[in-house]
Design a protein around this ligand. Structure first.
Ligand SMILES: [Zn+2]
Length: 188
């Protein structure tokens, strides 16, 4: 069994990270999705942890330290974000889903592909921008880690979509939960 370490996006004290109209707050949205996904996994007997249980930003290095301090044989860190194409002051055109992992072919890339495959299956009409690589601080923890950019908070259509309860439920129940359940329970 693999434990799932959730990493919520940013904090309420981080500038920007919201829709241009201020209606969608990335830190809050990310925490909502995470806190609604955890009970489903726990009900299936999967251990879940959160790197930052505060609403404010505790620091990216601190998130890594907390992840590394969790004593489980196998772990996956999943960071849940919303993307931005501009500086946050105006609406932009970019839309779609991305999965980020550290640079190089590693186990995390295998898990990233699981998210991409499921996304295509659950959201066939939505844009899938695929797998990307960057050594983001939280991804440098001691276990495989993926960072999901679910959609663009500075795209009007994406913003309306991610704030919609039907979309949130589908994202949690049909996408996040099945992929995480599979990763947690199968021997990868
Ligand atoms: Zn973010």
């Amino acid at each position: 069994m693999r434990a799932i370490i959730f990493d919520p996006a940013h904090g309420n004290n981080v500038a920007g990270k919201r829709s241009p109209d201020g209606e969608l707050l990335e830190w809050k949205w990310s925490r909502e999705i995470i806190y609604k996904t955890i009970p489903l996994l726990k009900a299936s007997g999967i251990s879940c942890y959160i790197t930052n249980t505060e609403d404010y930003e505790i620091g990216l290095r601190e998130r890594v330290r907390i992840c590394n301090s969790i004593k489980e044989n196998k772990k996956l860190l999943i960071s849940i974000h919303l993307n931005g194409a501009g500086d946050g002051t105006k609406w932009c055109n970019a839309r779609g889903f991305e999965v980020w992992t550290t640079i190089g072919e590693k186990k995390c890339d295998f898990f990233a592909r699981k998210f991409i495959e499921k996304y295509k299956e659950v959201f066939p009409d939505l844009k899938n921008r695929g797998a990307k690589e960057m050594n983001f601080t939280v991804l440098t923890c001691d276990c495989p880690a993926v960072l999901l950019e679910i959609a663009f908070q500075d795209n009007k259509e994406d913003k309306e979509m991610v704030m919609n309860n039907e979309f949130k439920n589908k994202l949690i129940h049909d996408f996040l939960y099945p992929v995480l359940y599979d990763i947690a329970t199968k021997i990868y």
